[in-house]
Design a protein around this ligand. Structure first.
Ligand code: HEM
Length: 174
């Protein structure tokens, strides 16, 4: 009985995790990034910092929930046993699951990278004694990282859609 409740809870949480991740990533890529390009750099930096923080939380929590609930489901579906053969992962069920897990793993890496850049470059405060040269260097680093983050956002969007598609195909049994 308890294990059934845990499994049902994992199924519900997995769906909510997917909603949070797809929603957060889609909002960032399709709405935020476009809107930021249409406002002046000074305002855009402030909005990006404030809204970006919230989106980062949604993404981190969703990824954690998806990973944990996914592992619980793998355990209850006996995939820790059946997944030991290559035949499992080359079957339609197996490769769709592999697509979901691989996309998740890459999203964890790109998410950690983005969070690191956010803290160390994008929102780094300079010491009081910083000179014009430090300011220039920070501005150049921020522009470089922002350009990489923009491209990374599209990669994250594609990965999220691929993972959700893998899950949807599994569910539909096609
Ligand atoms: C980017 C991350 C992920 C997304 C967007 C995602 C999305 C989905 C969706 C939409 C479903 C189908 C609906 C459902 O049954 O809940 C699903 C099912 C599932 N997911 Fe994920 N998932 C992700 C990551 C993971 C990870 C990391 C694991 C394993 C560690 C995992 C394991 C599973 C399992 C076992 C199922 C059930 C398949 C079945 O019905 O037989 N997922 N996922």
């Amino acid at each position: 009985m308890l294990s059934l409740i845990i499994l049902k809870l994992a199924v519900v949480l997995h769906v909510f995790g997917a909603i949070g991740l797809v929603g957060g990533v889609a909002f960032n890529t399709l709405v935020m990034m476009r809107a930021l390009k249409q406002i002046p750099p000074a305002q855009s930096a402030v909005v990006a910092e404030k809204v970006g923080q919230g989106l980062m939380w949604i993404g981190t929590i969703s990824l954690a929930v998806l990973g944990l609930s996914g592992l619980v489901r793998l355990y209850f579906y006996g995939i820790f046993e059946s997944g030991r053969t290559l035949a499992f992962w080359t079957s339609p069920y197996g490769w769709r699951l592999a697509l979901m897990i691989t996309a998740w793993l890459i999203l964890v890496v790109t998410g950690a990278l983005s969070a690191y850049w956010y803290r160390t470059v994008l929102t780094r405060k300079l010491p009081f004694a910083a000179g014009l040269r430090d300011l220039e260097e920070r501005r150049a680093a921020q522009a470089r990282i922002s350009a990489i983050q923009d491209r990374l956002a599209y990669v994250n969007f594609a990965l999220t859609i691929a993972a959700a598609l893998g899950g949807a195909l599994l569910r539909a049994g096609v």
